[in-house]
Write a protein that binds this ligand. Structure first.
Ligand SMILES: [Ca+2]
Ligand SMILES: [Ca+2]
Ligand SMILES: [Ca+2]
Length: 137
C-alpha cells in the first residue's frame, strides 16, 4: 500500500479488475471479476465487499454526470443485451439496447455527459445481479 508494502485483498484470484471512486470519498473502489461462481464484487474503500454483477461483457468507468462520483458503464450480452450505467453507486440507467464491441470513457468537452438524464431506473434485472457468497479470505 502507498507504494511501500504488499497486502492481500482476497485469497481468490481475479479474472479482471477495474478501479474508480464510486462514492466520491477520494478513495478508489475496486470492481473485481472473480469468475464463476462468485462473479463481480466491489471492494468498497478497501474495507468491505459488496456483491455487484452476475455477468458482464466488459466494464469501463467514468464520471458521466460530473459530480466527482465515478459511474460504471457495463456492456451485457445474452438475454439482457445492452449497455447500462451504474450511477454514483446508487441507481441504474440503460444507455442502449445493443451491446458494445468496445467502449472507452473520457470527458472530451469538459462538461457532464448526462445533464438531460430523465430515464433513470433503480434496479438492474435480477438475473444480472450477483447473489453469490464470497468465501472468507
Ligand atoms: Ca470511494
Ligand atoms: Ca457521477
Ligand atoms: Ca463531457
Amino acid at each position: 500500500m502507498n507504494n511501500s508494502i504488499w497486502i492481500s485483498l482476497h485469497s481468490l484470484s481475479a479474472d479482471s479488475m477495474i478501479t474508480g471512486d464510486l462514492d466520491g470519498n477520494g478513495q478508489d473502489e475496486v470492481i473485481i471479476d472473480f469468475g464463476e461462481p462468485y462473479n463481480f464484487w466491489i471492494r468498497m474503500n478497501n474495507s468491505s465487499w459488496v456483491p455487484f454483477l452476475q455477468s458482464a461483457e466488459f466494464i469501463v468507468i467514468g464520471d458521466l454526470d460530473g459530480n466527482d462520483k465515478d459511474d460504471v458503464i457495463i456492456s451485457f450480452n445474452g438475454t439482457f443485451v445492452g449497455i447500462w450505467a451504474f450511477l454514483n453507486n446508487n441507481s441504474w440507467i440503460k444507455l442502449h439496447n445493443k451491446s458494445a464491441q468496445r467502449m472507452v470513457t473520457g470527458n472530451i468537452d469538459g462538461l457532464p455527459s448526462l445533464m438531460a438524464l430523465t430515464n433513470s431506473v433503480t434496479k438492474l434485472p435480477a438475473e444480472l445481479q450477483n447473489t453469490a457468497s464470497l468465501p472468507k479470505d
